[in-house]
Design a binder for this molecule. Structure first.
Ligand code: IVH
Length: 696
C-alpha cells in the first residue's frame, strides 16, 4: 500500500474501532460482529507495523498492552486528590446536612447521590481531546504515572468522542476490577492449588478482594497482563478552566457526552429524606452490580455552593461518604464437617443455620484448622457472627458468648480421619492435621487419580471426577494402574454414586455406551504418553513437570531412576536433597513398586523417548564416531548407542584411524585402551561425554 493511502486508512480504522469500542463497552451495543471487529483491529495492527509513523496517539492497538514499565514515574497532581469524610450512620449524615445548610445559609440543598465504587482513584489529563496522562492518587499530592496500563481499559476514551470539549481538562474516577474477572482469577488459583496440593507443593494464597487486586493490577509492570484483566472505570468528576459548569450534574452530563463511562446510578436529591431513600434502595441492590461498592457519596450539586463550603485540610466540606456496615449476620453453629483434601489435609467447615448475608444464603463457613477453633473457643450450638468480606467463603468472626447455652460442650477436634478412620497426624510447626493413609483413604486416592489423568500428565479424557469417585466407590479402581485393567463391559451401563460437591449429597449416575467406549479409548491412548509425563503423573512429592523432565533426560528410564541413590540423584542439575529423598522414599515403598510394575506390564511408556527420535534433539555429534567400552553409571550399553545415534553420531565396534573417540566407562578393556593410544584416538570419560552432549 502507498504511504498516503496507508495514512488515511490508519486514521479511518482508528476512528472506526474506537467508535465500535465505545458502543460496545459503554452502551452495550454492537453494530458489527466480534469477528469483524477483530478483523479491523488486525488490519490496523499490520498497517501500523508497516507504517509506524502514522500510528495515532489514540490508536486502539494500545489497549492490548505489551509494553513493560520497570518503574512508574512519580507525577505531581494539578490539584491535590483529597479524600472524603466518612459516616456510618444517618444521624451523622443529618449533622452533615445541618452543617451544609448553615454554611450556605439555605434551608434547602440540592444533592447528587452517587455510589461509592470500590477500586482505586485515578486522575486523567486530556489535552486537545487526547488522553495524555493517567495517574494514581499516591499520597494525594504526588502519584504514579500509569498511562500505559490505563490505556488498556476499554471503556476509557483515548480521544474524546464529541466535538465540543474543553481544550484542557482533568477527569477523576475509580478504576475497578469487575467481580466476574476477580472470581475468574481466584478460580484459576484454586484450580492450580489443587494440582500443587496433589504434588505436595506449597499452595498460593487466593486473592483477598477485588479492590486490592485492582490496585495491584494497575501497578503491574507488564501492560499485557493488565489488559488481560479487563479492568474498568467509572468517572465522577471533571475540572477545567476552559468550560464553565453550573453544577456537578452538568459536569457528569458533559463527561458522558464526551464518551466517558459515568455510572447512570447517580440521582439528584432535593431533600435529606430522598438521600436516605437512595441509601436504603441501594443497600441490597448494590450487590447486583458487576463491581463492588462500599457506600454512597453525597455531593452538594451547585458548584458555587461547593466553592462557598470549601475544603478542610483533608476533604471537601461539600461532600461526604456514607458507608454501608460490613456485611455480617448472626447464625447458629449446627455441626462441623471435616473435609479431607487430596493430600490428606483436614479442613473443618462449620455448618450453620441458613442466614441471609450480602444477598446470598449462607449455610457454611470455613474454620481453616484446629487453631481457629481454639481461637474462637467454639462450643457446640454456639451463636456466631459470620462475615462476608471480599472473600468467596464467609468466615466466622466471633462467638456471641452471651447467647451460649449453659454447660455447652466445647468443640473437640477429631482424632481420626472421617473418611478412612486412620489416626490423624500433625506435622511439627504446622497448623493443619493430615490423614497419613495415602494409599487407601478415598479422597486421597481420588486426588491421585485425578492428577494422574490430568491434561499435563496422562491426559485421559472422558473421565470426570464424578466418574472416578464412582469407580473408586465400586472398588473397581484403587490406584492409577487399575484404570488400565478396566474393560468396556465393566464400564458400559455401570451405575455409580458420587457426591454433589456444593450440597454434599449423594447422587446416582450411569455410564452410557458411548462414554464407556471413549473412556477405554482414552486410557489406551495414554499408553503413548511420553515417560516424562508418566513420571509427573505418578504424583511423587516434589516431582513437578520440570523436575520429571530433568530426571528423564538424565536417567532415561524408570529402571535407572529406581536404582539411583541419593548421590546420583543430587548430581542432576536442579535436583536437590528434598526431591532426592522423596524419590528414594517413593521407590522404597512396595506398593509403589508394584504400581509402576503394573503400569509397565500394561504397556505404559516408562522409557524416555527423547533419544529415540531424530527430530527432537540437536544433531550435535554429526560426523563423529565412537567406540564404547566398559560400564557406565548413567546408561546401559544399548541406550548409549541409541543416544549417540539420535544426536547424529555413529558407533562402531572396533577402533580404527577414523574413530574419533573411545568412550570409556568403568572396567574399560585394556586392549581397547592400547589400540586407542596407538591410533591416537581420543579417550572420553562418561563425565566428559555428558558435558559434550550438555547432559551435565
Ligand atoms: S468524589 C475530594 N465520588 O472514594 C474527593 N469518590 O475518599 C472526591 N470514590 O478513593 C471524591 N466512588 O476514588 C467520589 N462516586 C464517587 C466515588 C469516589 C469512589 C473513591 C475515591 C477515593 C475515595 C474518597
Amino acid at each position: 500500500m502507498k504511504a498516503d493511502k496507508a495514512e488515511k486508512r490508519i486514521a479511518e480504522l482508528t476512528r472506526l474501532i474506537n467508535y465500535h469500542n465505545h458502543l460496545y463497552y459503554q452502551q452495550d451495543k454492537s453494530e458489527i460482529t466480534d469477528f469483524e471487529f477483530d478483523q479491523l483491529l488486525k488490519e490496523l495492527e499490520t498497517l501500523e507495523k508497516n507504517f509506524p509513523n502514522f500510528a495515532l496517539p489514540e490508536s486502539p492497538t494500545q489497549r492490548v498492552g505489551g509494553a513493560i514499565t520497570k518503574k512508574f514515574e512519580s507525577v505531581q497532581h494539578k490539584y491535590p486528590m483529597l479524600s472524603l469524610g466518612n459516616t456510618y450512620s444517618k444521624e451523622e449524615l443529618l449533622e452533615f446536612h445541618e452543617r451544609v445548610k448553615k454554611g450556605l445559609e439555605q434551608d434547602q440543598v440540592e444533592y447528587i447521590c452517587e455510589l461509592k465504587f470500590d477500586g482505586l482513584a485515578i486522575s486523567l489529563l486530556y489535552e486537545d481531546g487526547l488522553l495524555i496522562r493517567a495517574a494514581t492518587r499516591g499520597d494525594g499530592v504526588q502519584g504514579d504515572d500509569i498511562t500505559i496500563n490505563a490505556k488498556t481499559i476499554r471503556s476509557l476514551p483515548l480521544r474524546v468522542q464529541s466535538e465540543d470539549f474543553p481544550a484542557y481538562f482533568e477527569v477523576r474516577g475509580e478504576v475497578f476490577m469487575p467481580i466476574k474477572v476477580f472470581n475468574r482469577l481466584n478460580s484459576a488459583i484454586i484450580e492450580e492449588n489443587l494440582q500443587l496440593e496433589a504434588l505436595g507443593k506449597k499452595t498460593k494464597p487466593t486473592l483477598a478482594n477485588p479492590r486490592n487486586t485492582a490496585s495491584g493490577t494497575m501497578k503491574m509492570q507488564n501492560s499485557a497482563v493488565v489488559a488481560s484483566r479487563e479492568m474498568d472505570c467509572f468517572l465522577y468528576a471533571i475540572t477545567t478552566s476552559d468550560m464553565k459548569f453550573k453544577s456537578h450534574e452538568e459536569g457528569l452530563t458533559k463527561m458522558m457526552e464526551m464518551g466517558f463511562n459515568v455510572s447512570n446510578t447517580f440521582r439528584k436529591c432535593n431533600s435529606i429524606e430522598s438521600v436516605f431513600s437512595f441509601i436504603d434502595e441501594w443497600e441490597a441492590k448494590r450487590h447486583d452490580l458487576p463491581l463492588e461498592t462500599d457506600g454512597i457519596v453525597i455531593k452538594v450539586n451547585g458548584l458555587e455552593n461547593q466553592e462557598i463550603l470549601g475544603f478542610t485540610a483533608k476533604s471537601p466540606r461539600w461532600a461526604i461518604a456514607y458507608k454501608y456496615k460490613s456485611e455480617s449476620a448472626e447464625s447458629r453453629l449446627n455441626s462441623i464437617t471435616y473435609q479431607v483434601g487430596r493430600t490428606g489435609a483436614i479442613t473443618p467447615v462449620a455448618n450453620l443455620a441458613p442466614v441471609q448475608l450480602a444477598g446470598t444464603t449462607v449455610k457454611r463457613a470455613s474454620l481453616h484448622n484446629s487453631n481457629e477453633i481454639k481461637r474462637l473457643d467454639l462450643h457446640e450450638g454456639d451463636i456466631v457472627w459470620v462475615e462476608k468480606g471480599g472473600e468467596i467463603i464467609p468466615k466466622i468472626i466471633s462467638v456471641n458468648t452471651s447467647k451460649r447455652v449453659p454447660n455447652a460442650t466445647p468443640v473437640k477436634y477429631i482424632e481420626d480421619c472421617p473418611e478412612c478412620g486412620a489416626h490423624l497426624v500433625r506435622k511439627e510447626g504446622e497448623a493443619v492435621h493430615y490423614c497419613p493413609n495415602e494409599r487407601t483413604c478415598p479422597p486421597q486416592v481420588l486426588g491421585r487419580i485425578e492428577h494422574f489423568i490430568s491434561r499435563n500428565a496422562m491426559d485421559i479424557e472422558h473421565l470426570g471426577p464424578k466418574t472416578i469417585e464412582g469407580l473408586i466407590k465400586k472398588g473397581l479402581v484403587k490406584n492409577p494402574a487399575d484404570l488400565y485393567g478396566l474393560s468396556f463391559d465393566q464400564l458400559n451401563g455401570l451405575q455409580f454414586e458420587f457426591t454433589e460437591e456444593q450440597i454434599g449429597e449423594l447422587k446416582k449416575r450411569s455410564i452410557q455406551e458411548k462414554s464407556a467406549k471413549n473412556i477405554i479409548a482414552s486410557i489406551e491412548k495414554s499408553k503413548n504418553v511420553p515417560f516424562r509425563r508418566v513420571l509427573f503423573a505418578l504424583g511423587i512429592r516434589y516431582v513437578g513437570k520440570t523436575v520429571a523432565e530433568k530426571l528423564v533426560e538424565h536417567f532415561f528410564n524408570l529402571e535407572n531412576l529406581k536404582k539411583a541413590n541419593f548421590e546420583a540423584l543430587v548430581e542432576v542439575p536442579e535436583i536437590g536433597d528434598r526431591i532426592a529423598e522423596s524419590l528414594i522414599n517413593y521407590f522404597k515403598n512396595d506398593h509403589n513398586l508394584e504400581l509402576v510394575q503394573r503400569l509397565s506390564d500394561f504397556g505404559v511408556c516408562l522409557k524416555g523417548e527423547e533419544f529415540d527420535t531424530n527430530e527432537t534433539r540437536e544433531q550435535i555429534l554429526t560426523g563423529l564416531s565412537f567406540v564404547i567400552s566398559g560400564v557406565f553409571e548413567h546408561y546401559e550399553r544399548d541406550e548409549l548407542k541409541s543416544l549417540i545415534k539420535s544426536i547424529g553420531g555413529k558407533t562402531v565396534s572396533s577402533i580404527s584411524k577414523s574413530t574419533n573417540y573411545l568412550l570409556a566407562g568403568d572396567k574399560v578393556g585394556p586392549s581397547k585402551l592400547e589400540k586407542a593410544a596407538k591410533m591416537e584416538v581420543k579417550l572420553l570419560s562418561e563425565k566428559e561425554f555428558r558435558e559434550m552432549i550438555s547432559a551435565e
